[in-house]
Design a protein around this ligand. Sequence first.
Ligand code: GRF
Length: 238
Amino acid sequence: MRAAVFASGSGSNFQALLDRQDDLGAYGIVLLLSDRQDAGALERARKAGVPGRVVPVKGRPPEETAAEMLAVLEEYAVEVIFLAGYLRLVPPQVVRAFPRRILNIHPALLPAFGGKGMWGHHVHQAVLATGAAVTGPTVHFVEEEYDTGPILAQWPVPVRAGDTPDTLAARVLRVEHLLYPLAASHLCRALREGRPPEPLRPPGECFAVLEAHDGSSLVRQIARALGLASLCPFPRFP
Ligand code: GRF
């Protein structure tokens, strides 16, 4: 499937999607779209030979932004969109033109810690302030409001004593990079086959199927990324 990635920031998730596209074989990134000329993701796109386009949002009538976005997406024959740290609301015209074909990754377990203003360190600060024991990334479909669409995949990540927003963000990000390419490829396979994708649940059967595709165990990869000898995806209680 021809994919566009939307990013406003450094684009490490864009990089993770790029790095896995060949071995997953379900999507190919044909466009990086940003609202900011100085987004680090644009530089990553340049290095990878992926066309990068800036569609400014600030200070423009929303319909004008939406029309420009739709024209660019059409130019590249885009079939699916992955948001990777895109800090703007996707215009409703674009959401309607790509029904159940836009994914976002959020660095907490939605529906907690989502919504307007909940991005970057604000999310991890809020998680720490509540004393939550578990956090982790969510991949969900994009609707017309922030962080509201159905959830496609989540993975729990422990909050540790002494965590700061920085240490927590780094731990969650390592798992984002493993989870997002798999969830993106899972959606694209389902679209290809003309069926709705089943939600991915750790360590459910869908993940087992995906693991078989590339021959490595996601559970093992995530345990390694978190520095654990093994992974119990949910906390054990005595
Ligand atoms: C990630 O934490 C993602 O969950 C959120 O924005 C951040 C983007 O980071 N939506 P990066 O630009 O991909 O490094």
